[in-house]
Write a new protein. Structure first.
Length: 475
């Protein structure tokens, strides 16, 4: 590579509170335009903002979960700019004293060892409304339902080295905020959006190059694609001896290019100052200590435990900790059957395949973890072969009942009874005298054919290991 890629992300997470950051209006998604914007959100004179305690607790939870420092005292600031979807003429955010500083997330690109990416800060702010350009002919509508919705803006250090790592970082944040229950993570509703800052530099240069910022990327795929196209553009400019303008750009997925949106504004353009309507945010004694006690086991801790306690390979541990629901499912199924590796294989194999096929979330799985555990016990005790197990699983998925019901109804139990198999083997040997002769003359390839005949005669229910062993002895 001719250039080193340097990326830093600013990720906006909508917090899963019921009411807005500074007002009591509802945050429920999908209401008719402007039915969920109260006087505070509309910026009426004489109204005053009041910080949402739950949003503060959620931001603090994030800080604790990432090992950052949660400030006992932080300050809300006004960020002034004009836009039709911002009635007050300013956004309430945090500037000099954010609620969270530092911390890190573990990021893994499949096939590479994971890396800790440091976070600069995470601060609380309110969202703006939305301009609707397609709602009416010849007019733009303004919907202020989202105005004032609580956001946590998470800023990473410029430590990401590729578009793949940037999207993995965004996935890592998505996983963490849903895991600790501070966001619903609904990407299609805009609950997680990202601005990506990117620059190139010559390998070995210690100073970072001039960056551009690609605004408002709302899917993992777009982050990756937008950054790829921006790398090509910047590399072309630099190769021809040009300089990169520090600016804000927009990604156009249809053309797969970025185009300039505006010059990069400097912080002083926003004329930030502490919001005189809000006192400094002071956390009461014991607030953080209480919160710490409610944090679940975190993704990186759980992955580590899956590796050390169950001997799962790193990649499986990552896959099974994709969400808390997946990790819970795997552990429940594993404990129910007493074989964690078997449960790991089935959770990421048969189960993931069926969920994927039907477009279902694991929370809506048609087979519960306990029921999968029972099915896996039938594999462990030899009642079912792997092949029959898959058949039973599909029948469970189709709603035919528990593993034991289906085994009974379909007469699927694996035949591991030597008495029953002896008779079948005798018959097969008698019917295929020619192949038996060939085998005895040293043609071992016909052995597979004879095993196949036994399996066919038992409709696939004979225990394959046992058939192999008994047939060999018989011959
Ligand atoms: P601003 O407040 O203007 O958005 P910041 O300095 O806070 O700028 O940085 C915002 C984001 O840009 C951070 O994620 C940071 O890691 C990233 N960043 C800063 N400098 C560079 C650079 N030269 N190349 C790539 N990313 C950068
Ligand atoms: Mg920025």
């Amino acid at each position: 590579m001719e250039f080193d890629v340097v990326i830093g992300l600013e990720i906006h997470v909508q917090l899963a509170t019921r009411s807005k950051m500074f007002s009591g209006a509802s945050t429920v998604f999908g209401a008719s335009p402007n039915t969920q914007a109260c006087l505070v959100d509309l910026g009426f004179p004489g109204t005053l903002p009041v910080a949402n305690r739950e949003a503060v607790a959620m931001a603090a939870r994030f800080g604790l979960a990432t090992g950052g420092e949660v400030a006992r005292r932080s300050v809300f600031a006004r960020k002034n700019y004009f836009y039709p979807d911002l009635p007050k003429g300013y956004q309430i955010s945090q500037f000099e004293l954010p609620i969270v500083s530092g911390g890190s997330v573990e990021v893994a690109v499949p096939g590479s060892p994971s890396r800790q990416i440091e976070l600069t800060r995470a601060h609380l702010e309110e969202d703006a409304g939305k301009s609707l350009h397609d709602a009416m002919p010849n007019a733009t509508g303004v919907d202020l339902n989202r105005a004032g919705a609580p956001l946590l803006e998470i800023v990473t250090e410029p430590q990401l080295r590729s578009p793949e790592e940037a999207s993995a970082c965004m996935r890592g944040i998505h996983q963490l905020v849903t895991w600790i229950g501070i966001s619903d993570g609904a990407m299609q509703e805009g609950s997680l959006r990202c601005d990506a800052n990117i620059s190139l530099k010559k390998p070995g240069d210690t100073e970072l190059g001039t960056r551009t910022e690609i605004k408002n990327l709302n899917s993992f795929r777009f982050v990756e694609r937008a950054l790829h196209s921006e790398i090509l553009r910047q590399a072309d400019v630099l190769r021809e001896g040009g300089t990169i303008a520090q600016e804000t750009r927009l990604y156009d997925p249809a053309l797969d290019t970025t185009r300039p949106m505006r010059d990069k504004e400097q912080a002083n353009d926003y004329r930030y100052f502490p919001d005189p309507d809000l006192p400094p945010l002071a956390l009461e004694p014991g607030f953080l200590e209480d919160l710490r006690g409610t944090l679940p086991e975190l993704p990186r801790e759980r992955r580590a435990r899956f590796r050390s306690d169950y001997g799962l390979p790193d990649e499986d541990a990552w896959r099974l900790c994709e969400s808390r629901a997946t990790a819970d499912y795997f552990e429940t199924a594993g404990k129910a059957c007493g074989d964690m590796l078997l449960a790991a294989r089935w959770t990421s194999g048969e189960l993931a395949g069926a969920l994927n096929r039907d477009g279902l979330d694991i929370a809506d799985s048609r087979v519960s973890a306990a029921d999968l555990g029972l099915l896996l016990s039938r594999l462990r005790d030899g009642s079912l072969s792997g092949k029959l197990g898959k058949e039973v699983f599909q029948a469970m998925w189709a709603g035919e009942g528990s593993a034991d019901d289906i085994i009974k109804m379909r007469g699927l139990r694996q035949i591991s009874d030597t008495g029953a198999l002896e008779g079948v083997i005798e018959e097969v040997v008698a019917q295929h005298a020619e192949q038996v002769r060939q085998y005895r003359e040293g043609n071992t390839r016909v052995f597979g054919f004879l095993v196949g005949q036994v399996m066919r005669a038992t409709r696939g229910q004979a225990n394959p290991q046992l058939v192999n062993q008994m047939l060999r002895e018989r011959l």
